[in-house]
Design a protein around this ligand. Structure first.
Ligand code: HSE
Length: 320
C-alpha cells in the first residue's frame, strides 16, 4: 500500500469471521435472532491501488457471483467504502463456509464478515452499531428485502430483538448459558426471496394476538432463563404454516420433538434448517438418531449441529 496521509484505510489487511444465525426463533418473524458457534463465513480484505474493489476469490463455492454488487460480501464492502473511505478500494476473498439457501443466515454472514473486516482497516473503526446499514446493503442482494434478524445477531451476538424494524434499532441480551440449540439442515435449497414471496400479505387479528403472545413469552423466557416459557419458540402464525411444506420430514420431526425432552422446535429463518431447543447435551444427543431415521427413510442428506447461543457475534481474526 502506498503511504498517503489522505487515506482513510490505514491498515493493509484484515480477516474477520461472522457466525451463522437462527432468525425468527418461531414467533419473532423478522424481529429476533441469535448466532451459533463454529458455523460461519470468513472474509479477507486487502487494500489495493486500483480504481475499484474486486472479489478475487470465493473459496468453497463455485456458484456465487464474483461481481462486486451481485455478491453480499462485495455489496457490503462497496456500501461501506463509498461512505467511509471514498476513492479507496480493496481486494476481497470470501471463504464461503456456510451452505447457501440453508436458513442459517448464510448471505448475512458473508456481508457481516465483510464489513467487520473492512472496518478494521480504518484508523478509527466505526462502532459496531454503525456497521448494520452496510451489512444490510450487502444482504439485500440475496434476500431481496432488508430484514435485520440475521445481520444484527451475526454482528453483535446474543439474543437480538429488533425494536424498530424501519430504522433497525435493536436491543440484545445474553442467552441462558446452558440452553442447547440443535440445528438440522436437510439438503434442499430454499431461496429467502422465494420463501418470503409465499407468505400472506395480511395476518388476521386472532393470529396476530397469538403471534404477539408467543414473542413476548419467548423474550421473557430468554431473559429469565425460564425454559418453560421457551416453549413459545414452537409457535409461529406467519411463516411456519406455509414454509414447513417446503421442508421434507418437518412435521414428523416436530411431532417427535413435542413428545420428547425437546423444549421447542421451529424453522430457522426461511429454512430448510430447523432448530430444536434442549436443556442438556444428552437430551439433544438422544434426539439425533430420530432425525437421522426420518431422513434415511426420505433418502435425503442432512447436517446436524449442536451449539449454544453465541453471545459474542462477529470477530476480527487478524489485522495488519
Ligand atoms: N426473517 C427472515 C425470513 C429471515 O424469515 O424471511 C430469513 O433468513
Amino acid at each position: 500500500m502506498k503511504s498517503n496521509p489522505e487515506r482513510k484505510l490505514v491498515k493493509n489487511y484484515a480477516r474477520a469471521f461472522a457466525p451463522a444465525t437462527v432468525s425468527n426463533i418461531g414467533p419473532g418473524f423478522d424481529l429476533m435472532g441469535f448466532p451459533l458457534f463454529d458455523l460461519g463465513d470468513i472474509v479477507e480484505v486487502t487494500v489495493n491501488d486500483l480504481s475499484c474493489s474486486r472479489i478475487t476469490d470465493i473459496v468453497g463455492n463455485t456458484t456465487l457471483s464474483k461481481e462486486l454488487e451481485k455478491n453480499t460480501a462485495g455489496a457490503a464492502v462497496k456500501s461501506f467504502l463509498d461512505k467511509h473511505a471514498p476513492g479507496e478500494f480493496v481486494d476481497i476473498v470470501l471463504h464461503k463456509l456456510l451452505p447457501i439457501g440453508s436458513g442459517l443466515g448464510s448471505s448475512a454472514a458473508s456481508a457481516v464478515a465483510a464489513v467487520v473486516a473492512v472496518n478494521a482497516l480504518l484508523s478509527k473503526p466505526l462502532e459496531i452499531k454503525d456497521l448494520v446499514e452496510h451489512a444490510l446493503d450487502g444482504e439485500v442482494v440475496a434476500s431481496g428485502t432488508r430484514h435485520g434478524d440475521n445481520v444484527i445477531p451475526s454482528l453483535v451476538g446474543g439474543v437480538v430483538v429488533i425494536s424498530d424494524p424501519v430504522h433497525f434499532n435493536y436491543f440484545k441480551f445474553d442467552a441462558p448459558e446452558d440452553l442447547i440449540v440443535l440445528t438440522f439442515h436437510p439438503h434442499v435449497e430454499i431461496k429467502t426471496s422465494e420463501a418470503r414471496a409465499m407468505l400472506p400479505k395480511m395476518v388476521s387479528v386472532s393470529d396476530s394476538i397469538k403471534q404477539t403472545a408467543g414473542a413476548v413469552t419467548l423474550i421473557t423466557g430468554m431473559i429469565k432463563g425460564d425454559y418453560t416459557l421457551l416453549k413459545a419458540a414452537s409457535s409461529d402464525f406467519i411463516a411456519e404454516p406455509f414454509r414447513s411444506k417446503l421442508i421434507p420430514g418437518y412435521h414428523e420431526i416436530k411431532f417427535m420433538a413435542s413428545s420428547s425432552e425437546a423444549i421447542a422446535m421451529n424453522i430457522s429463518g426461511s429454512g430448510p434448517t430447523s432448530f430444536v431447543f434442549f436443556r442438556t447435551l444428552e437430551d439433544a444427543g438422544l434426539f439425533i438418531p430420530k432425525i437421522e431415521n426420518v431422513y434415511d427413510k426420505i433418502g435425503l442428506g442432512i447436517d446436524i449441529n449442536i451449539s449454544k447461543i453465541n453471545n459474542t457475534g462477529a470477530q476480527i481474526l487478524e489485522v495488519r
